[in-house]
Design a protein around this ligand. Structure first.
Ligand code: NAD
Length: 421
């Protein structure tokens, strides 16, 4: 699965806090109340009920959602998560985050998101395939390569994308690789998709380190979480000559001022990103966040840096690989303490950027080498970082608000040009 998080739900008030910052960003940019009314919730939210024949011959009805936040800029885009805790409000908020990410990287998309209430860990492969196909049949009217393009998210992977693409192609009666991204390479997937999020985080770390005058070679880095995002990132940092001095998983953290043996840890971790259980001497995740370091990367779950511990963070740079690891109060405290915070909507946008590259390659039927993907990803993200940093400096706002201002601007402008507000 693309992500195997065990914690599970993002924050309860994700929608509220997203709306608060969007409102603040629109106000700062001078947009009217009507623009906020338009952007404060998705334009469309489809709820579907999907009957699936289970292996024991009973029929189970699953509930699924697809939210399309705003398609003024272009088709909507965003992942589909399979999770027991998926709910309407979460899907709505996540579609809005996708809009912001697409705006930040200047992709020709608005945000979308989907989810099905289910526990894929308790389902057979056959049941998962029938559910994936059933979901596509249920939402087929509102999705498509020029309408809304799904992708993997929590507990969905390239196999699920392949089934969904096949089902959509059958419905439309022609091959439609551009319907969905995150596919296996042989079905039109892109090089670099799996490591894209960590690559994006790496680019943000490089740029933030330059701003703080920190030499990456020898810099002391702590990474919370050792799953897809955290483990690739630890490897990239290690290869860049940085000293990864702490990592963690759901069970605890390991820390060594002289640097950890990342290759050993990568070799030993399991498919859920667990490795600390092999060590006798561990510290807690909270203790890890407070250790002395230059760069801290929360890459696990939400709400890790709060008003309770923000003043104890010693890092000069915090780069949010995870979704929502820092609360709005903690953002304020860190900014006041002159910590350079690179917000999630920028730092974790590498995934959607390479998804966009996949869609472009599908549309043109011409595929790029990994190097070309990396070069293009770097160019886009460096540009986004610079824009947000400059916005933060010139408008004297924190990096999160600056990122929202950059992210929401194009969408607001496109909605006005279309005459929607
Ligand atoms: P993952 O499931 O592969 O790994 C999660 C890691 O966090 C594991 O090491 C797990 O042990 C650890 N963890 C789980 N609960 C924890 C807890 N309570 N305390 C400390 N650690 C805990 O997930 P991932 O794909 O690496 O995603 C990590 C974060 O990055 C999530 O917030 C996700 O939404 C975000 N993100 C991921 C991607 C991506 O492409 N993978 C893209 C954008 C955002």
């Amino acid at each position: 699965m693309s992500t195997t998080i065990k914690e599970e739900k993002e924050t309860a008030s994700l929608l509220d806090s997203t709306q608060v910052v969007i409102k603040e960003a629109l106000d700062k940019l001078g947009y009217s109340e009507e623009v906020f009314e338009l952007l404060k919730e998705p334009l469309r939210m489809l709820t579907v009920r999907i009957p699936i024949k289970m292996d024991d011959n009973t029929t189970k009805i699953f509930t699924g959602y697809r939210a399309q936040h705003n398609d003024a800029v272009g088709p909507t885009k965003g992942g589909i998560r399979f999770h027991p805790e998926v709910d309407e409000e979460e899907v709505k908020a996540l579609s809005m985050w996708m809009s912001l990410k697409c705006g930040i990287v200047n992709l020709p998309y608005g945000g979308g998101k989907g989810g099905i209430i289910c526990d894929p860990r308790q389902m057979s492969i056959g049941e998962l395939e029938r559910l994936s196909r059933g979901y596509v049949r249920a939402i087929s009217q509102i999705v498509g390569p020029t309408k809304d393009i799904p992708a993997p998210d929590v507990y969905t992977n390239s196999q699920i994308m392949a089934w969904m693409m096949d089902e959509y192609s059958r419905i439309r009666e022609h091959d439609s690789p551009g319907f969905i991204t995150g596919k296996p390479l042989v079905l039109g997937g892109s090089h670099g998709r799996e490591k894209a999020t960590a690559q994006g985080v790496t680019i943000c770390i490089e740029e933030a380190a330059k701003r703080k005058g920190i030499e990456l070679k020898g810099a002391r880095i702590i990474v919370q979480g050792f799953g897809n995002a955290g483990s690739f990132l630890a490897k990239f940092m290690h290869d860049a000559g940085a000293k990864v001095i702490g990592i963690s998983d759901a069970y605890g953290a390991i820390y060594n001022q002289d640097g950890l043996d990342i290759d050993y840890l990568l070799d030993k971790r399991d498919s859920f990103g667990t490795v600390t259980t092999l060590f006798d001497h561990t510290i807690t995740n909270q203790e890890l966040l407070e250790q002395d370091c230059d760069i801290l990367v929360p890459a696990a779950i939400s709400n890790q840096i709060t008003k309770e511990n923000a003043h104890l963070i010693k890092a000069q740079i915090v780069v949010e690989a995870a979704n929502g690891p820092t609360t709005l109060e903690a953002t304020k405290i860190l900014t006041e303490r002159n910590v350079l915070l690179v917000p999630d909507v920028l730092a974790s946008s590498g995934g959607v950027t390479v998804s966009y590259f996949e869609w472009v390659q599908n549309n043109q039927g011409y595929y790029w080498e990994d190097e070309e993907v990396q070069t293009k990803l770097k160019a886009l993200l460096v540009n986004s970082f610079n824009q947000i940093y400059e916005m933060s400096e010139t408008r004297k706002v924190d990096m999160r608000l600056a990122a929202y201002m950059v992210g929401v601007r194009k969408m607001a402008e496109a909605s006005i040009f279309r005459g929607w507000v």
